[in-house]
Design a binder for this molecule. Structure first.
Ligand code: PSU
Ligand code: MN
Length: 306
C-alpha cells in the first residue's frame, strides 16, 4: 500500500493541489510540544492567516486517529492544541508505530516533510529546525530533521536554529548531507531569537522569485530538500546576551535532570518560555508568522514559474 493510502487530505488542500494553486505545509510539533495552550492554538491560527494573506493555502499536518492528516483546521486543530498533553511527538522513527497505535501526535519537521512531499507540497514553514545539540560529540544527539532535508524534496522556511543547538555543527552536518542553506536577505544563518549566529549561509538571495527558481531547479535535479533561512524581523529580535543566559540555564537543568533523546528539545523549549517570562514566546510568534508569509510568497512564485 503506498503512503498516500494512509493520508487524508482536507477538501480545501486537495482542491488547491489539484488546481496547482500555491500550498504551504505547516508542522504540528510546535503546537503539541513547542508552546503551551492556548498560545499554541492562537499561534497556529495566526500562522494560517499569514499564509492566506499571501494568497496561498495553509496545510497543517499531524497524526490523528491512526491517519496522516494534511489540512488540519477548525475543530480538529482546536482538538490537537487542547489535547497537547496527551499527544506524542512523531519524528520519522515514530510514524509507523503511532499509526498502528492509533494515537494523536504532532509531526516534527522531518515527518511533516515526508508527508508534504507525498502529496506534492513543495514549501513548508516552521519556526526553527532541529539540529546538532551542544555536546553532541558525547551524546550524538542530532535531529532526524537534518537527514530528512537531504532526501525529501521540500523547501523548509525557518528562522535558523535556536542556540540550544550547536549552530556551527548543525551547518556542518547540513553540508555533509548536501543540503543547500539559502539566506533570504541575509549573509548570516540566523539564530532563531536573534538575526545573527556568526556563521555564513551558502547562498544569499534578496528576492523570493530567485529562491523559487532555486527550489524548482533543485527539484528538477532530484537533489532533495532546501533550507531557507529567514531572520526574525529587526523589531522582534531578542537581546543576544539575555537569551543566551536563559538557554545556558535551561541546558544545565536538562543535564542535571538527565533529560535526553526526544524529550530534550521540548524540555528546552518549555524552560526557555518559562525563564524568559513569555518574552521568548512573543519573539517565537513574530518569527513564525514572518516565515509563513515568506513561504506563501515563495509558493506563489513557484506557481507563477510553472
Ligand atoms: N525547534 C524549535 N521549535 C520546535 C522544534 C524545534 O525551535 O518546535 C520542534 C520541530 O518540530 C523540530 C523538532 O522538527 O522540534 C526537533 O526535535 P528533535 O530535536 O527531537 O529532532
Ligand atoms: Mn534529538
Amino acid at each position: 500500500m503506498p503512503i498516500i493510502d494512509h493520508i487524508d487530505v482536507s477538501e480545501e488542500v486537495s482542491d488547491a493541489l489539484a488546481s496547482r494553486h500555491a500550498v504551504v505545509a505547516l508542522e504540528s510539533t510546535i503546537i503539541t510540544h513547542g508552546m503551551p495552550f492556548p498560545q499554541n492554538l492562537e499561534t497556529a491560527l495566526a500562522v494560517e492567516a499569514h499564509v492566506r494573506g499571501t494568497g496561498a493555502i495553509p496545510a497543517t499536518i499531524a497524526i490523528m486517529d491512526g491517519r496522516l492528516k494534511v489540512g488540519v483546521a477548525g475543530k480538529r486543530l482546536e482538538h490537537l492544541a487542547e489535547r497537547n498533553e496527551e499527544a506524542s511527538k512523531a519524528s520519522r522513527r515514530d510514524v509507523a508505530s503511532t499509526l498502528v497505535k492509533g494515537g494523536l501526535a504532532g509531526t516534527t519537521v522531518a515527518t511533516t516533510m515526508q508527508i508534504a512531499a507525498a502529496v506534492g507540497i513543495e514549501v513548508f514553514a516552521t519556526g526553527g529546525i532541529g539540529g546538532v545539540h551542544r555536546g553532541a560529540e558525547e551524546t550524538l544527539d542530532i535531529s532526524a530533521d537534518l537527514a530528512e532535508l537531504s532526501r525529501t524534496p521540500v523547501a523548509v522556511v525557518c528562522a535558523g536554529a535556536k542556540s540550544i543547538l550547536d549552530i556551527g555543527k548543525t551547518l556542518e552536518v547540513l553540508e555533509s548531507n548536501g543540503v543547500p542553506v539559502l539566506g533570504y536577505g541575509t549573509d548570516e544563518f540566523p539564530a532563531f531569537f536573534t538575526r545573527n549566529s556568526g556563521f555564513p549561509v551558502d547562498h544569499r538571495f534578496d528576492d523570493v522569485a530567485d529562491i523559487a527558481k532555486v527550489i524548482v531547479m533543485q527539484n528538477d535535479l532530484r537533489m532533495g530538500g532546501i533550507l531557507v533561512a529567514n531572520p526574525i524581523p529587526h523589531a522582534d529580535a531578542m537581546n543576544e546576551e539575555e537569551i543566551e543566559i536563559i538557554i545556558q540555564k535551561a541546558i544545565k537543568e536538562a543535564e542535571a535532570q538527565g533529560v535526553n533523546r526526544k524529550d530534550l528539545t521540548p524540555y528546552l523549549l518549555k524552560r526557555i518560555f518559562e525563564l524568559s517570562e513569555g518574552k521568548s514566546l512573543t519573539a517565537n510568534v513574530a518569527l513564525i508568522t514572518n516565515n509563513a508569509k515568506v513561504a506563501g510568497e515563495i509558493a506563489l512564485a513557484i506557481c507563477a514559474q510553472r
